[in-house]
Write a protein that binds this ligand. Structure first.
Ligand code: ADP
Ligand code: MG
Length: 316
């Protein structure tokens, strides 16, 4: 491994198809052990980004690197270090689970392919189904075969294109846990998803793309706050009384307040920085707090962003 730069780096990456610019100067980085979610409407360039990192498409501008290896000029070095789950993983339906994963172990020329396949199948919980044809499995289990195939050579970098698409909530939750487990072992994960609640739970940071341009990049909390304002809801056991009112009104970070009988909505200067102090002040004023939560979620923030005209577009 070279250098100390992040595991995945996109440095002003652009890509055209014909005359159309589908990725416009995309810059982002993913650290080891980090999960970065790429969000955006259909056609916003998410798959293109993954395909460039997977060495399947050349960037037309800028550069992209995986563990400091350039995806355009050091293709083999990159391929050895990435695991890829494509949008439609093409599995051999008539072959067994084991044979599908084994094929990939052989492609990578692993020293002990049998052991590697066993370990990957154990990780995704498919050991007892190893002799069944893939065609007989549910969609959720097929996705797990695709994940096993992607991780059979223990890559330090994972590129997952909508890993939970089409899965029922239980299967999606299982996939989410597997991805979390891999990141916990230090794998850098870049994934595309349309499931905003999942992105909010799973991703350390999210990048929102629209028409090939990066509009927002940050923790789900930061993105939510940037788009929806720094609004926090506090739910109390019992009514809002005078000391509680005073505690809020005397806190300089409070910009706006909305009172309900046993709840308060406040807009803070910076919700991440100011919420702990707000809670401390409320508690010392005798408030009995049931819940403190940021208003809105990533999904609301996303919808808000998509309803705005694109900066620099003619509609703006
Ligand atoms: N091989 C291709 N040839 C021509 N246009 C393509 C090709 N692949 C993708 N595109 C176009 O590039 C844009 C971005 O596509 P894509 O990266 O697949 O978006 P997303 O994954 O965000 O839905 C789309 O408008 C798509 O039609
Ligand atoms: Mg896509």
């Amino acid at each position: 491994m070279r250098g100390a730069e992040p595991a995945i780096v996109c440095d002003a990456v652009s890509r055209c198809f014909g005359e159309r610019l589908v990725l416009s100067s995309l810059t982002l980085a993913v650290e080891r052990g980090e999960i970065l979610g790429l969000l955006g409407p259909n056609g916003s360039g998410k798959t293109t980004t993954l395909r460039i990192l997977a060495t399947l498409l050349q960037p037309h501008g800028g550069s992209a690197r995986v563990l400091s290896y350039d995806v355009a000029s050091e293709t083999m070095e990159v391929r050895r270090r990435i695991g890829v789950m494509p949008e439609r993983p093409s599995l051999y339906e008539r072959q067994t689970v084991e044979a599908n994963v084994r094929l990939w172990a052989d492609v990578h020329g692993l020293a002990d392919p049998g052991e590697a396949v066993g370990r990957a199948l154990q990780f995704v919980g498919l050991e007892d189904r190893r002799r069944e044809p893939v065609g007989s499995l549910s969609k959720g289990l097929k996705q797990r075969v695709a994940l096993a195939r992607a991780i059979v050579h223990r890559p330090p970098v994972l590129l997952l294109d909508e890993p939970s698409s089409g899965l029922d909530p239980l299967a999606a939750a299982a996939m989410e846990n597997l991805i979390r487990g891999l990141a916990g072992e230090g794998t850098a994960v870049l994934l595309n998803t349309h499931r905003l609640a999942e992105a909010e739970r799973l991703c350390d940071r999210v990048a929102i793309l629209r028409e090939g341009r990066l509009l927002h990049l940050g923790t789900p909390r930061q993105v939510r706050a940037a788009l929806l304002g720094h609004i926090v809801e506090v739910e109390l056991a019992g009514a809002v009384d005078l000391p509680v009112r005073r505690a809020i009104e005397s806190f300089p970070a409070v910009r706006e307040t909305c009172w309900a009988p046993s709840a308060i909505r406040v807009r803070l200067t910076d919700s991440e920085r100011d919420t702990p102090e707000l809670v401390a002040r409320l508690v010392s004023a005798g408030a009995r707090i049931i819940a403190v939560r940021p208003a809105g979620d990533l999904e609301r923030a996303y919808l808000e962003l998509m309803s705005q005209p694109l900066p620099g577009s003619l509609a703006a």
